[in-house]
Write a protein that binds this ligand. Structure first.
Ligand code: ATP
Length: 268
């Protein structure tokens, strides 16, 4: 029965062609105010989709709706072919959906090791820590350190590693690179590329547009709560993309010096 599936299993009624995540005509928002309208797109199995757009375009609202933190007023969310629209965020997480929120969502008083074990499989503490360290080796030197004292880059790596130890099927990543040094951003994008090699799907909200375009298979551009442009990275018209960012110079979108800016706990 689809409802009793656990991570790593595939629904008997779905197959390779079933998208890992599908949003169908979603209207969603806050306290009766709809801020995203008619949002439809798919994240294929093992593929990455970037959700781009200016500040306030509705990207975080879309991710939170996909993850189950917001209930849409209209439309459907399908996870591996199963309608999860009315399912809680924690049940979606148990089925392999992991939201990595902007702001990292760490518990500052826990050590790195404790934070990882909290999210890893029960009774598998060593495996959990090994998996996290394989993703971000620097964490090996920080295991006993309280997370609130980590650098911003280390906190972001912990946030990503914590998602990884849940063995997700899809990760929803909200502005993971914001405010970080280029070398750390490189490591984050290497990690995301590694997820794809493991057939973990990605829905990415990212300020470094050029970097996002290199990683993903599909781009969805949002403006004022709706999707205004969709396509493969090579098909996306740079000037249209810039227009969606309200007059941004296209060269800036390419080298990643622009665009966004805007918090929560990890949901997985
Ligand atoms: P940013 O890149 O700045 O994070 P975004 O594209 O992720 O922007 P959202 O955070 O989804 O955009 O915001 C979309 C709209 O919803 C904005 O007008 C914002 O003011 C509004 N909004 C966001 N969070 C809330 C909230 N908790 N309550 C009410 N309105 C909100």
């Amino acid at each position: 029965m689809a409802d009793t599936l656990v991570k790593g299993q595939r629904s008997a009624v779905t197959g390779q062609d079933t998208p890992m995540l599908e949003l169908n005509a979603i209207d969603s928002g806050y306290a009766g105010t709809v801020v995203v309208r008619g949002i439809s797109f798919r994240v294929p199995r093992g593929a990455a989709v970037a959700l781009l757009g200016a500040n306030g375009a509705g990207k975080t609202t879309t991710l939170r709706t996909a993850a189950g933190l917001l209930r849409p007023v209209k439309g459907q969310v399908l996870l591996d072919g199963e309608d999860v629209t009315r399912m809680s965020a924690s049940r979606r997480a148990a089925k392999g959906m992991c939201l990595i929120p902007e702001g990292r969502g760490i518990f500052p008083s826990l050590t790195v090791r404790e934070s990882l074990i909290l999210y890893g499989r029960r009774g598998k503490a060593k495996d959990t820590v090994d998996r996290a360290v394989s993703a971000f080796p620097v964490l090996a030197e920080r295991l006993s350190q309280v997370t609130g004292t980590l650098s911003g880059g280390e906190q972001q790596m912990l946030s990503l590693a914590r998602a990884y130890v849940t063995e997700p099927r899809i990760v929803l990543v909200d502005e993971a690179s914001i405010g970080l040094a280029p070398l750390i951003v490189d490591q984050i994008f290497e990690f995301l590329a590694q997820l794809l090699t493991e057939s973990i799907s990605i829905l990415l909200v990212e300020q470094y547009v050029g970097r996002a375009l290199e990683l993903v298979n599909q781009v969805e551009v949002m403006e004022h709560g709706t999707i205004v442009l969709s396509g493969k990275p090579a098909e996306i018209d740079e000037s249209e993309l810039s227009r969606a960012y309200l007059g941004t110079d296209p060269s800036l979108t390419q080298d990643g010096r622009t665009i966004d800016g805007s918090a929560a706990t990890a949901q997985c």
